[in-house]
Design a protein around this ligand. Structure first.
Ligand code: BDR
Ligand code: CA
Length: 311
């Protein structure tokens, strides 16, 4: 498999933070052209500041761009009760030395991934899909050029912010609908698979034992996040967002199925729900590869090995 050029659009967020570090620790497989941020877990000023700090933690010189400060049509909903006031509570990172780039995230996504030198251009999205939808609207040719969009969001079963909806889909359902209907191959990591990748005490201890500055920051963040992000009385919390990057590195860690996915934008109660047509009952063509199974031990082996490469 050849290397890919990616842009990572995110709303860090402790789990987004792990996705950023995993990507930046994997230069053989991934050329990260930019990290772009959107409002989601915390407001935009914080997600962009967090992304800058994380890129510096990884010792990388990747540009960071700020994007949409609110969803397309709805007011912003944030999740400080899960992620803390900063969004990456537990990390203890110094203030960023660099500033975000002047260009809007949506324009940066298009510029980097339409660039003729981009190889297998792939967009990774781990927050609400506002920037991604704007990029596709501003540059429809992006839909033809992208090899795929790999995103964390949605659920086959119950949601985590309402009984029906997962957070990223709920925050900007209209953007999500635009993305699923854009004609780009989507690889979707719904809650059903990310809830198989649990941060247990033993896994947390393994990450801490890696001993690098990046691993200590990840351990700090996950110690904070693991009990707040859990649902349904589970003992351990899921690690959602880095599943996307892990799939780009080692696709055999996950198993999925091609399905039609539609996003609920009308019903008040069901807003942001993803209808995943697992059994093909609609007869509509598949628009996503929906991941359903994960090798969690393999995932944490990969994460620890890659965190050991950073300072
Ligand atoms: C998603 O929502 C956010 O809280 C996480 O960062 C993840 O992207 C999980 O529902
Ligand atoms: Ca996220």
């Amino acid at each position: 498999m050849s290397r890919r050029t990616i842009v990572l659009d995110c709303d860090p967020g402790q789990d987004d933070a792990v996705a950023i570090l995993l990507a930046l620790a994997s230069p053989e497989e991934l050329e990260v052209r930019a990290v772009t941020t959107v409002a989601g877990n915390v407001p935009l000023v914080r997600t962009v500041d967090n992304a800058l700090r994380l890129v510096e933690l990884a010792g990388a010189r990747v540009p960071v761009h700020a994007g949409a400060a609110r969803p397309l049509l709805r007011p912003l909903v944030t999740a400080e009760h899960v992620h803390g006031e900063s969004g990456i509570d537990g990390a203890e990172l110094p203030p960023a030395r660099r500033r975000p780039e002047p260009a809007h995230a949506a324009l940066a996504i298009a510029r980097h991934l339409l660039d003729p030198t981009a190889v297998r251009p792939t967009l990774v999205a781990t927050g609400p899909l506002t920037n991604v939808a704007l990029a596709l609207a501003l540059h429809p040719e992006l839909a033809r050029r992208l090899e795929g969009i790999v995103l964390m969001g949605g659920a086959v079963g119950p949601g985590n912010v309402t009984p029906a909806a997962e957070f990223n889909m709920y925050v900007d359902p209209h953007a999500a609908r635009m993305v699923f209907e854009a004609g780009v191959p989507v690889t979707m990591f719904p809650l059903d698979v990310t809830h198989r990748v649990l941060v247990t005490e033993a896994r947390l201890a393994r990450i801490r034992a890696v001993g690098t500055r990046a691993a200590r920051a990840v351990a700090g963040m996950l110690a904070f996040y693991r009990t707040r992000g859990r649902t349904g009385g589970a003992a351990d919390g899921p690690l959602h967002d880095p599943c996307t990057v892990a799939w780009l590195l080692r696709s055999e860690l996950f198993r999925g199925r091609s399905c039609r996915v539609e996003v609920e934008c009308e019903s008040a109660l069901g807003l942001g729900r993803t209808y995943v047509d697992l059994h093909g009952v609609t007869g509509r063509p598949a628009n996503a590869e929906v991941m359903l199974e994960a090798d969690a031990d393999g995932f944490f082996d990969l994460l620890c090995a890659r965190l050991a490469r950073l300072d």
